[in-house]
Design a protein around this ligand. Structure first.
Ligand code: CUA
Length: 448
């Protein structure tokens, strides 16, 4: 951890350090002087060593008064000079900077580049001025963007834009931390800034890859959002039902939804998709549980919403180009409408199998089987282990027994394993049958 904390990796890091060490040096010298004199006086003027009348009462001493006024004033100006000059460099935004937007939210960082690329880690070229424009979604809380190796730190405030800049001098990967307590997973609100050679950065920036370490490249901003926002864990592109409706052939289809408690038929058009993303509880597709999909309105802007809608429309196979024609799709709708139903009889006909459920219900998107940490705890060796969980805001120790595994599938947000974010896992108690939950519990017990 703390990669780069002991290094100076920005143009002004040395100035910040100098200001720090001058202040610290003066403070240490003053401490030694004051504490030393106190000890000296205590010893020298102990009552056993002083005869009555030996000590003169000094009323004033002009030389001493000038000295203790002038010397601290000079020291204050020295501290001010070094503090102010490095602060001025830090806060004067360069005009020719490469600008990246930063979104800090509970509990992650998102970086958006001028060409629309969006990443979870920050990638910058070495030796270039980089300016960050930072903000947080409305309704979020204060965060603070901190890169120790660059000696830069600035609060990230909902409803306001704050700025920071740096010019990294050495390629490498350095820590990004949140330096403002922002809730349960504050300590996990970490990311990396990767300083790359200019040529490597340019090649990545011009490519359609999400990160320089990606092997597969998303084709559009919509696909990028589909992956980075986590849509992928619940909405398939191949027609299979994970947690929510599949995007395959969704656009233009006639669906049955529950709106304000009433069931109605509607056609999936642009407005429907936008509403489904911005206010997922407004229309709930028949056969799917309410309250599972997070409200993404605070995390995406109008342009990103359009990109996602376009991406969903593109999942209509060959009909991707014929988006506005709702009629032809409407004709085929009766056959395709009961999407959730084909999945149901299939599950009922065969005895549920835990491994299959693990794969088809999207568990693997968040839970690894090899001990690695994803969005949720790994399932490897989980059964029988001791966990610290947060229940109603209080920490407690539990043993992951059968009852615990069952409740963690049915009502996952009742106990949140320490270090993981609440509200991410859908309540599968609403979506799976009792036999399916038992099959999953049995499966998890076998994962040593
Ligand atoms: Cu965000 Cu602490």
């Amino acid at each position: 951890m703390l990669e780069g904390f002991n290094q100076n990796v920005s143009t002004f890091a040395a100035d910040v350090d100098r200001a720090f060490w001058i202040t610290t040096g003066i403070s240490i010298a003053m401490f030694i002087l004051v504490a030393g004199l106190m000890v000296l006086f205590i010893v020298r003027y102990h009552h056993s060593r002083v005869e009555p009348g030996e000590i003169r009462n000094i009323r004033d001493h002009l030389g001493l008064e000038i000295a203790w006024t002038v010397i601290p004033t000079i020291l204050l100006f020295v501290i001010f000079y070094y503090g102010y000059t490095s602060f001025r460099d830090l806060r004067t935004m360069p005009g020719d900077a490469f600008t990246v937007d930063v979104l800090g939210k509970r509990w992650s960082w998102t970086f958006t580049y001028p060409n629309g690329k969006q990443t979870a880690e920050l990638y910058v070229p070495v030796g270039k001025n980089i300016k960050l424009i930072m903000g947080a979604p409305d309704g979020d809380v204060l965060h603070s963007f901190f890169v120790p190796a660059f000696r830069v730190k600035e609060d990230v405030v909902p409803g306001r834009k704050t700025h920071i800049w740096f010019n990294a001098t050495k390629p490498g990967r350095y820590d990004i931390e949140c330096a403002e307590y922002c809730g349960l997973s504050h300590s996990k609100m970490l990311s990396k800034v990767e300083v790359m050679q200019a040529a490597d950065f340019d090649a990545w920036y011009a490519s359609d890859k999400l990160s320089p370490h990606d092997t597969a490249a998303p084709k559009s901003q919509g696909e990028m959002l589909y992956k980075t926002l986590g849509c992928v864990s619940c909405h398939s592109l191949d027609g299979s039902i994970i947690v929510g409706p599949s995007f395959a052939g969704l656009f233009g289809k006639e669906v049955t939804v529950t709106t304000g408690g009433k069931t109605r038929r509607t056609v999936v058009d642009d407005a429907y998709l936008e509403r489904a993303i911005r206010a997922p509880g407004a229309d709930v597709a028949e056969g799917f549980p309410d309250g599972v999909m997070p409200d993404l309105s605070g995390q995406i802007d109008a342009e990103q919403l359009k990109a996602l809608v376009t991406f969903i429309k593109e999942q209509n196979g060959s009909g991707g180009g014929a988006a506005p024609e709702t009629a032809p799709h409407g004709e085929t709708a009766p056959a395709a409408t009961p999407t959730p139903e084909p999945a149901a009889p299939k599950e009922a006909s065969a005895a549920p199998d835990g491994a299959t459920l693990f794969n088809t219900k999207g568990c693997g998107a968040c839970h690894s089987l090899d001990g690695s940490k994803k969005l949720g705890p790994t399932l490897k060796g989980l059964y029988g282990s001791t966990l610290t969980v947060v229940t109603d805001g209080k920490n407690r120790e539990v043993t992951a027994d059968e009852a615990y595994l069952r409740s963690s599938v049915e009502t996952p947000n009742a106990d949140i394993v320490e270090g993981f974010a609440p509200g991410l896992m859908p309540p599968f108690g609403k979506m799976l049958s009792a036999e399916e939950i038992e099959a999953l519990v049995t499966y998890m017990k076998e994962l040593k």
